[in-house]
Design a protein around this ligand. Sequence first.
Ligand SMILES: [Mn+2]
Length: 504
Amino acid sequence: MMSDDQAKASHRGIPQNTEFREFIASGWANDDRAPTPRAEVAEYAAQRRETVSQRFPSERLVIPAGGLKVRSNDTDHTFRPHTAFAHLTGIGAAAEPDSVLVLDPRPDGGHEAILYFRPLAPRDSEEFYADSRFGEFWVGPRPTLADMESQLGLTARHLDSLKDDLAKDVGAGLRVVRLSDPRVADLVHSIRDQARLAESVQQQQEAEAQAEADEELARYLSGLRLVKDEWEIGEMRAAIAATHRAFEGIIAALPEAVRKGRGERWIEGVFGLYSRHEGNGVGYESICASGDHANTIHWTKNTGDIRKGDLMLIDAGIEIDSLYTADITRSLPVNGHFTDVQRKIYDAVFEAQQAGMDAVKPGNKFSDIHAAANEVIARRLHEWGLLPEGVTLEQTLDREHGGWHRRWMVHGTSHHLGMDVHDCQLLLRKDYMDGELQPGMVLTVEPGLYFKADDLLAPAEFRGIGVRIEDNVLVTPDGCENLSAAMPRTSGEVEEWMARIWAS
Ligand SMILES: [Mn+2]
């Protein structure tokens, strides 16, 4: 059992006697479902595994999905598999908790992909009717080994054989993605310890080398997602289209959210409704921030009222069933029209975003996007007289000694986007910030300006206004494609968008 332990109540029970067990196991129709068809993603996942196989020849690689995490007492959080596992199997939201992908070295080179999981239990098993966490009576059927093999095109085995299989011939190396399932990581550690004892290798030194080897695997798998294949790009488009529809649902719901009070939660709920209806859920906690709350970069409490005249910042994305997520931010005038001051700030952020997008092209570095957007932000703040007396534009843009403008834009402008909202996060600086942009990368461009209500260095009329505009772009051979271009972005287009939705 690799999921968290649940608390078990001793005051409940299901009959265990022979008469009951025989009766509940009988009288069910035969399962005569057709074999699960091969998923379109299967061949792409096989290609990804092939790349990994070539990088780690003759080593056994263990990539767990992770298990159920207790939310409280005997209830669990909704399961979501670890991204490296999802990427290499192609399985998405349908993954079973406690699954483990093993790339097992073949004697003649290459690896066999083996998926270990808990398959559907037979109806004469106790699990069928008595296991409230995994039993078919309680949570519905799971796939069989044959289902998984035909769907994903790999070998499927019962989870029960994982431990013995991992311990077999450890010789050439055994690596595990540690963070996704600490219990599987512990299992791998103990197998390696035993192998070491047998070979009487220096314990301490070896443990450190192994930690590094595991980290190297996790980092490699994170970087493997930097450039998306054509199937992934299609999924990104679908996630963004669903998110676009949800934002239109939000705009339609805005007047009601204002009336109800605690409107930020209402908006969060509307987005959540779309995300569960169209996909697996939200890709990250939605930020629904009205008025001054927009100045809290990660405002996810969403407890506030929405007032007419406010600017409302919504940063949200739908994760579709394949687990690819969008990450979009729009800053909307609650009553449909920007005030002059709101527009002034919004247009400056838009200009910065456009400058950032213009810097998205092969040959440029990832960090060039931030530099281009920040240059606009700094220039506007300088023009508006917000930088300290005597500070020039060049001085504030000096990385070593400047940076005054960052008081009003403290976050980065971009991150990689995919199955993880902050995708490829384990990469080192040289491969991320200093890495060159390549066709097939998907990333966000999301500058902002934030003037807190109690910011005495901001002009009084700016205080309480926060703006961020975020789109998702695909690096192309000669620049980039804004994948979320269908969502209005300029201040004028946003006003027309809102009017159009309210009129229909
Ligand atoms: Mn983002």
